[in-house]
Design a protein around this ligand. Structure first.
Ligand code: A2P
Length: 225
């Protein structure tokens, strides 16, 4: 009888349940609506989108269209391992030991926005961390003081990307902000929002540590399309 060949996915990760996706997208939308009303935010961020006195597009239009994402608008996930259909080394062993189909609660601890991406930072638990397979030092710049990021610091859920930006940029943007923070850079602007303090680290890069982390439910699985 035919047993079928094992297939390695494009990537593995924690996929939010439908209920958590609905909640988080609502939350994300109201966050963007709030940002839209903040002149200091718009001056710093939106000015990087359009030159001069052109009419500025609403921030909701820039970041909320998620139609070109893998799985479309209604899928939110935290990538654990980008295996590229088996092109990356160790993918087959990873799949064997990853325990697909297990349910996890993820804690979202911060939101971040740059002119390119919006994401939610994920604080991985001790059980989740071994599944996260990223060499975070790869995104280190070659100049300046090397800062070794904590394992799992790149973990995030991509919420939105500006037009013509690929979702892989979100993790790089997060690492870039964390480097500024770890390098003891003080925020140039801070805005008090309902969710916490939104701090600007220059060049339109913002981070908000949530006063109250958001728990979301997820299933560890692969994405194949
Ligand atoms: P992220 O995890 O930041 O959201 P795509 O649709 O472009 O093929 O990407 C599918 C998912 O895999 C995205 O969610 C994306 O980013 C992630 N991803 C894409 N390319 C890479 C890469 N080279 N390294 C790590 N993650 C990637």
């Amino acid at each position: 009888t035919e047993v079928g060949l094992p297939v390695i996915a494009l990537f593995y990760g924690w996929f939010l349940t439908k209920k958590s996706v609905d909640c988080l997208l609502e939350y994300y939308k109201s966050f963007l609506e709030d940002l839209q009303k903040r002149p200091l935010f718009l001056e710093e961020t939106i000015s990087t989108f359009t030159p001069g006195d052109q009419k500025l597009p609403p921030i909701l239009d820039i970041y909320f269209s998620r139609s070109k994402f893998s799985g479309g608008r209604n899928l939110l996930h935290c990538t654990a391992n980008f295996t590229d259909y088996g092109q990356t080394p160790g993918a087959a062993n990873y799949v064997k030991s990853s325990g697909l189909g297990r349910a996890f609660k993820l804690q979202l601890t911060a939101l971040f926005v740059t002119p390119r991406t919006v994401g939610a930072r994920v604080k991985l638990s001790r059980a989740q961390l071994p599944l996260f397979n990223f060499d975070e030092s790869v995104s280190e710049p070659t100049t300046g003081d090397p800062v070794t990021p904590d394992p799992g610091s790149r973990a995030h859920v991509t919420l939105g990307c500006a037009p013509n930006v690929e979702p892989v940029q979100t993790g790089l943007d997060l690492m870039d902000i964390l480097r500024s923070i770890e390098g003891d850079e003080k925020p140039s602007i801070t805005l008090n929002m309902d969710l916490g303090k939104l701090c600007c680290y220059g060049k339109g890069r913002w981070m908000l540590d949530l006063t109250k982390p958001i728990p979301v439910n997820s299933l560890f699985s692969g994405f194949y399309a």
